[in-house]
Design a protein around this ligand. Structure first.
Ligand code: HEC
Length: 189
């Protein structure tokens, strides 16, 4: 083989190598890598917030019933200032951004006349007893998925206890205090 021929063979190799690389690049551009919209295999994860009558376990607050009777009502009233931008607690109070809350403890959920509730709250079902208030006020949107109450929640159980005990007094006839049986049942849950 003369030198020229060797060169040509080399050039041929080089050129086809280049073509191959260019081809790969072009196909990359023409068919871009696509992110899968969804995992091709779906991992089943239980929904953390279900619209159901019982609070989801992940968001279950600490028991409070044993503390209601001895709660600090003055402290509860102070906490209620966090709600007063949207709620009136007094007798005859009007609906604001949120519904009027006189007589709220043990009242059916979503039952204030003339207030337009979210479908999530309207369809939730049940009464605002101590425990549902406790769970709701911990994290409203976790307890009632889809509620339009824009409030992050009260993290400290003490704050919730004091507030709920104070809310109990804002009623024509305050709800009965939790009985020893109620307290024992709550602890057993
Ligand atoms: C930013 C406004 C806002 C704040 C602050 C707020 N709420 Fe609400 N609240 C709402 C709205 C709006 C609703 C109606 C929710 C729905 O229909 O989903 C509501 C609903 C409720 C309900 C259900 C009433 C019923 O008739 O079923 C309770 C109980 C309640 N709020 C208590 C409180 C308490 C206690 C606080 C303070 C710790 C508070 N909210 C703070 C806006 C607010």
């Amino acid at each position: 083989m003369d030198e020229l021929r060797v060169n040509k063979v080399f050039a041929g190799f080089l050129f086809s190598g280049l073509l191959l690389m260019a081809g790969i690049k072009i196909s990359d551009v023409m068919v871009p890598h696509q992110e899968l919209a969804q995992n091709s295999y779906v991992i089943e994860v239980a929904e953390t917030t279900k619209v159901s009558a019982s609070a989801p376990v992940e968001n279950s607050p600490k028991p409070i019933l044993a503390m209601i009777a001895d709660a600090d009502l003055g402290a509860g009233e102070k906490i209620s200032k966090k709600c007063s931008a949207c709620h009136v607690f007094d007798a005859g109070g009007k609906n604001k951004v949120g519904p009027a809350l006189w007589n709220i403890v043990n009242r059916p959920m979503g039952a204030v006349d003339g207030y337009s509730y979210s479908t999530a709250l309207a369809g939730f079902g049940g009464n605002w007893d101590y425990q549902s208030l406790n769970a709701f006020l911990l994290k409203p949107k976790a307890y009632i998925n889809g509620t339009k109450m824009n409030f992050a929640g009260l993290k400290k159980s003490k704050d919730r206890v004091n507030l709920i005990a104070w809310m109990r007094t804002k009623a024509d006839s305050p709800a009965v205090l939790p009985t020893a049986d109620d307290i024992a049942a709550e602890g057993a849950n």
